[in-house]
Design a protein. Structure first.
Ligand SMILES: *Cc1c(COP(=O)(O)O)cnc(C)c1O
Length: 374
């Protein structure tokens, strides 16, 4: 978290600990702080404050959007369109709805991870009730042509949700221009606290709540609000908006320095999705003839935290569905590393990685039977 975020949250624990739904003055004080935060989040995406619904994070925002529309529109139809590279919060939610009798179209993506708007246009049917396509991908950073997709959704009069967890605060977002009806955000991806997020719900959107109870958040999400978390999220959103034109270009320069540095020092590496518009902070690099888990562990021992294109679940290495969707073989996916930069990353950090990784790759390649044949 940014220090300013921690500082903004502290008084909520110590002095302003009221319940924002209470009528007494310290409840109202908490409500006022929450209203400020709502305004900051709304400004970051050009929404109205009444259109921001606070939830427990990006996962809940995705669930509320998708299940909320699926439930409220089931009389109209049961067809949902999404892409093959969504975050698990969308992917597993759509899979669950498939089991409940909904019909889901999974749009393919190009080698750079882009959805073809023409594919979307062709997939829309009279019973289509929701299009859910993420704004920017969390593994490879690809930014979708969301304005074009939004226009297609509007022309077809179909609700349009986008998972904006990765794009919020990293690139300019204007929910009016994008023509989204629902847009998911998460605080901890922009240096705010974990366990809080928001769903933008366009005025007039018919959404069945997934959480019922006391009718908080204008009946969209019941449950006493996480005031401290929301206040921290608000401050993080304010700082992110301020840094869009200053911090983010600097982060992009660091990302380019990392990629150029590694390419100049290591043979047989490739930047995944490099030809698509990408987030400034994400770099996914495929290292041929080296194994991802080994790279991650070796880098970890040197103090560098990265992730790889596979998740070790129940002892078997499952290649990332995102890397598979952009045409990588399981081996290529296993040899891919994701580097995430931020406003807090320095030039020294980048140079340290550029100096450290070549030796690690060389050592692992020595062990690879494929590399020796080259
Ligand atoms: C992190 C992430 C989520 C989940 O957000 P949480 O706040 O961790 O639940 C959803 N979608 C994308 C694209 C993400 O990167």
């Amino acid at each position: 978290m940014r220090p300013e975020v921690v500082a903004a949250m502290m008084p909520v624990f110590t002095e302003h600990f009221g319940n924002a739904s209470s009528i007494h003055w310290f409840g109202q004080q908490a409500k006022a702080m929450m209203d400020d935060a709502r305004q900051q989040v709304a400004r970051l995406i050009n929404a109205e404050t009444a259109e921001v619904v606070f939830v427990s994070g990006g996962t809940e925002a995705d669930n509320l959007a998708i299940r909320g529309i699926a439930d409220s529109q089931r009389a109209k139809g049961r067809h949902i369109i999404t892409s093959r590279i969504e975050h698990h919060a969308v992917l597993h939610t759509c899979k669950d709805l498939e089991k409940q009798g909904y019909d889901v179209t999974w749009l393919p993506v190009s080698r750079d991870g882009l959805v073809d708007p023409e594919d979307l246009r062709k997939a829309i049917r009279p019973d289509t009730i929701l299009i859910t396509i993420m704004h920017a991908n969390n593994e490879i950073g690809t930014i979708q042509p969301l304005e074009e997709i939004g226009q297609i959704a509007e022309d077809a009069d179909v609700y349009f949700h986008s998972d904006g967890v990765q794009s919020t605060g990293k690139i300019p977002v204007d929910v009016r221009k994008l023509k989204v009806d629902l847009y998911s955000m998460s605080s901890h991806k922009i240096h705010g606290p974990k366990g809080v997020g928001a769903l933008f719900v366009r005025k007039g959107t018919i959404l069945k709540p997934t959480m019922t109870g006391g009718g908080h958040e204008r009946n969209r999400r019941s449950g006493t609000e996480n005031v401290a978390g929301i206040v921290g999220f608000g401050e993080a959103a304010r700082l992110a908006r301020e840094g869009l034109k200053t911090d983010m270009p600097r982060v992009a320069t660091l990302r380019d320095r990392l990629e150029a540095g590694l390419k100049s020092k290591i043979e047989f590496i490739h930047v995944n999705a490099r030809n698509a518009p990408r987030l400034p902070n994400t770099s996914n690099i495929m290292v041929d003839y080296a194994e991802g888990e080994g790279l991650v562990i070796s880098l970890d021992l040197k103090g560098v935290a990265v992730s790889t294109g596979s998740a070790c679940s129940s002892g078997s290495l499952e290649p990332s569905h995102v890397l598979t969707a952009i045409g990588k073989t399981p081996d290529e996916a296993h040899g891919s590393l994701r580097f995430s930069l931020s406003t807090m990353t320095t030039e020294e950090d980048v140079d340290y990685v550029v100096e450290t990784l070549p030796g690690i790759v060389e050592r692992l390649r020595e062990l690879s039977p494929y590399y020796k044949k080259v």
